[in-house]
Structure formats: structure tokens, C-alpha cells
Design a protein around this ligand. Structure first.
Ligand SMILES: [Zn+2]
Ligand SMILES: [Zn+2]
Length: 468
């Protein structure tokens, strides 16, 4: 076990700051229950990883507080033991949180001793499989975390991410070698964005017109790790909009992901690309998906979108989903000609509440994938609508939608448009110079985006709690 990282819900960070901030500058503590993602093999590094996601913040009851000063905090373990019981029943991991108000941004020897004692207690009660997370709020805005999986040495988190209205990083190992390639971008945004992008792991789901543009833009922006997922091959009719593709790729029927990976790797601007020629719902790409910090959804399949819609909330991995609607009117002009970009993360309305995914079409797609014969029969008998004529595709509109989505990623990392963070939903009507921000009729009982039971839940069985 050598790699660990933690993602906190922005709302939980605010709750923790409220609980832990003391006027008198004295240390304080709280608990955070976490979900967990187990990754056997990170697609870029081939190592196993554990990623924790904050699930619920719990204050230390006042009667448990023993003593605190500017250099220490001690509390009785009664509430800790209670929490261990709950963690075991709900398959969550107990996290303890404390502060270093003076700003010391690493764990102290005293922390080591105290925490080792707590892990021992956790393993005595819940078995040797039990682990414990420790989170440190140092000074005004530094967050560090580590994982204890036994009583010997803890694993320091490579990074702590905070996901909410924006995406922020707390890293212990700042890389300082800045590449000349991205120097002009640094003039615009400073070195900080380049550093963050270099460490970022981003998935592009669907590598057609929109997806190929998105992947190309992400690489040029300086994203260090790209995961490409798509199960299609290049066809001649794709060549009008598929960035990086050649006529010979269509003749050779190469996979879209392989073509795109070849092109981006050939640029030699430091992007490590992992192509996966499969459908996003295939178990084969689960580890890879869970390894990402952000997902760009460029698929037009409804079943795939339903999966990403859950992934965003379960694993606190923001999904920036895009869609393009081109509907020429027989009378001339267009009934619809718009690109859409939607951000999915706890706090944002989900794709079901926005009416973007159609569960009936998703069901038909599922049937087509799993039982093509039955699907064909039902299509003949008109039980399913089936795919009609080929969808229209124009490179400027697919690429413009990709630009808007990647801009949204930059907004989430930098707040360059102001301090409001992501825009949950935006559409651009290309034939009317019209930008809109359509709201959502959020179902107050939506299990994904209204209820919080899935937020930060991490691994469950079945994956994403989807039956069938
Ligand atoms: Zn400490
Ligand atoms: Zn919803």
C-alpha cells in the first residue's frame, strides 16, 4: 500500500472550519466518516491506490473534550469507539481531524503517538482490516491527510482535493520545473494552474467529434494524464470532425481511442495517454474511471450518461457533461442548434432532474448491447424506437461545445470568470448568438442529487448501487 488520496466535499470543509476555528488560537478536533474507493491498478502508474471521500462530518461531543492548547488537543475516546461501531456496520472509514492553528503543515511526533494508539484501538475492535484516516488543517488554508492501515507507518496523501463549486488541490509535493511549452499560458494564469494541470488525471468518455476535440484541448492545456474511453472505430463519415484522424485510419478501421492516443502522444508535450477501447460501463475500465480527478462526458449514449451521473456523486469526481443538438427544419433554418455543458457534483442538480437522459432510451441501449437479437426483433415489432437516421455532425459546433466544456474546467480550477465557481448548466444557441443558463426542476426526493446518502459513499456492491 503506497498510494493514498482524499477528496473532501466543499460543504464538509466549511463545516469542519466552523467546528475547528477557535478565536483563542487553540487546537481543536472533529471526525469525518469517509467512503472509500479501492483501485487495484492505477492506469498511469500501475500501482494500487486507496482513495477516500468525505461522507459525513461529526463533531466531538463537548463532554469528550479533555484539554487543548496552542500545541495540542486531547479528547476522550468514547465518541471514537461509538463511531468505530457505525463505521463497521456501514462499511465506512473513521477519520479524525485536528488543527495546527500556528500553521505547522506536517503531522507532529505527538500526532504520530496519539494516532498510532487510536489505530490500535480501531483494529482491536474492528479487526486488522480496519484503517483510519487523519486530516490536518494547518494555518489558514492548508489541508494534509494520511492513512493508517496498520500501526507501523501511515501513508501520506499525495493530494487532498476539495470538490464543490470549484475544484481545489492541496499537495505536499509541489513540482517546480516549469515547461517552456506552457509558458505563455502561465503569463495568463500564473504557474499555479500549470502545476495543477500537470498532476491532474482526466477521463474523456466518448471520443467522437466532441470527445476528440476535448481530448486535444486538454492535452494542449497541459493536462498530465488523460484516459480515453470509447468502443467505436474510425469510419469515413467521421473524418469531417474527428480531430487527429486520417483517411488511412478509417481504411484500417482503427479504434478512435488509439488514433487519438497516437496523435496526442506524437505531440510530445508531456501528456501520458491511456486509451481504453471499451464501453464506459464495462467492468474493465472501472479502476481507471475511479482513478480520475475529473471526467469529461462526451458520449451521446444515455446508459453511459446515467452511469457518469452516479459516478460524480458516489466518488466526488466532478463530471463535465456535454451534448450537442442539431435539428434542421424542413422549412429551412434550424429547430435546434445548440451545445450544452453541465457540471455534475454534490450540490448540482443531476442529469435526470435536468431531463437530459431518457431512461427509456437507456433501457433500449442496454437491450441492444446485451441482447442484440431480441433488440432487433423488438425493433421490427416497433416495441423499441431504435436508432433512426445518422445524427448530423459539424466540426465547428462539436469543437465549440468542447471549448465551452474545457473552459468550464479552467473555471473550476481558477475562478477566472469571478468567484462563483462552476456554472451548473449552460447552453449556446449557435444560430442566434444566444447563451443561456437553464435551471432544473430538481426532484426534492432525487436519490442522486437531492438525498445525500450517496455523496462520497465510494465503493459499494453492486458498483454505484445499480441493480441489473
Ligand atoms: Zn497535530
Ligand atoms: Zn437528480
Amino acid at each position: 500500500m503506497s498510494h493514498f488520496d482524499l477528496t473532501l466535499q466543499e460543504e464538509h470543509v466549511a463545516q469542519l472550519r466552523d467546528l475547528l476555528q477557535r478565536e483563542d488560537g487553540v487546537e481543536a478536533s472533529a471526525y469525518v466518516l469517509c467512503g472509500e474507493a479501492q483501485i487495484r491498478c492505477d492506469p498511469w502508474g500501475n500501482y494500487s491506490r486507496r482513495r477516500a471521500t468525505s461522507y459525513e462530518v461529526i463533531p466531538v461531543p463537548p463532554e469528550d473534550c479533555v484539554s487543548a492548547s496552542k500545541g495540542h488537543v486531547t479528547w476522550s475516546t468514547a465518541s471514537f469507539v461509538k463511531l468505530l461501531k457505525r463505521a463497521q456496520a456501514e462499511k465506512l472509514v473513521v477519520g479524525i481531524v485536528h488543527t495546527h492553528p500556528q500553521g505547522l503543515d506536517c503531522f507532529s511526533d505527538q500526532d504520530d503517538r496519539n494516532e498510532r494508539e487510536l489505530v490500535r484501538m480501531a483494529q482491536n475492535r474492528n479487526g486488522t482490516e480496519a484503517s483510519m484516516i487523519s486530516v490536518l488543517f494547518a494555518g489558514a488554508d492548508t489541508i494534509r491527510a494520511r492513512l493508517w492501515h496498520d500501526t507501523t507507518e501511515p501513508v501520506l496523501a499525495k493530494s487532498v482535493l476539495v470538490a464543490g463549486k470549484k475544484l481545489s488541490f492541496h499537495r505536499a509535493d509541489i513540482q517546480t520545473d516549469l515547461r517552456e511549452i506552457f509558458s505563455r499560458q502561465a503569463i495568463a494564469f500564473g504557474d499555479d494552474l500549470n502545476q495543477q494541470l500537470r498532476h491532474l488525471k482526466v477521463a474523456v468518455i466518448g471520443c467522437g467529434g466532441t470527445g476528440s476535440a476535448t481530448a486535444a484541448l486538454l492535452a494542449r492545456l497541459g493536462v498530465g494524464q488523460l484516459l480515453l474511453i470509447d468502443n467505436d472505430r474510425v469510419e469515413v463519415s467521421n473524418l469531417n470532425r474527428l480531430h487527429g484522424s486520417r483517411r488511412s485510419d478509417a481504411d484500417a478501421m482503427l479504434a478512435k481511442v488509439d488514433v487519438l492516443a497516437r496523435e496526442i502522444t506524437g505531440w510530445a508535450i508531456g501528456t501520458r495517454v491511456v486509451p481504453m477501447n471499451c464501453w464506459v460501463g464495462d467492468a474493465a475500465c472501472r479502476d481507471a474511471l475511479k482513478s480520475c480527478d475529473v471526467v469529461l462526458g462526451c458520449t451521446d449514449d444515455h446508459e453511459g450518461r446515467l452511469l457518469l451521473n452516479r459516478l460524480a456523486y458516489f466518488y466526488l469526481i466532478p463530471v463535465i457533461d456535454m451534448g450537442l443538438a442539431i435539428d434542421p427544419s424542413p422549412a429551412g433554418g434550424f429547430r435546434e442548434l445548440s451545445g450544452r455543458v453541465t457540471v455534475l457534483t454534490p450540490g448540482a442538480p443531476c442529469l435526470i432532474c435536468r431531463g437530459v437522459v431518457d431512461p427509456i432510451i437507456a433501457r433500449e441501449e442496454h437491450l441492444k448491447r446485451t441482447n442484440p437479437e431480441l433488440y432487433d426483433r423488438q425493433k421490427r415489432e416497433a416495441y423499441v424506437r431504435g436508432g433512426g437516421n445518422p445524427a448530423p455532425g459539424v466540426v465547428t459546433f462539436t469543437t465549440a461545445t468542447a471549448c465551452a466544456a474545457v473552459d468550464e474546467l479552467i473555471q473550476g480550477l481558477t475562478n477566472f470568470r469571478g468567484t462563483d465557481g462552476w456554472l451548473w448548466n449552460q447552453t449556446r444557441r449557435f444560430d442566434r448568438f444566444q447563451d443561456r443558463r437553464p435551471g432544473a426542476e430538481q426532484d426534492t426526493h432525487c436519490p442522486i442529487c437531492a438525498d445525500r446518502m450517496y455523496w462520497g459513499r465510494g465503493d459499494v456492491n453492486p458498483f454505484l448501487d445499480r441493480a441489473g
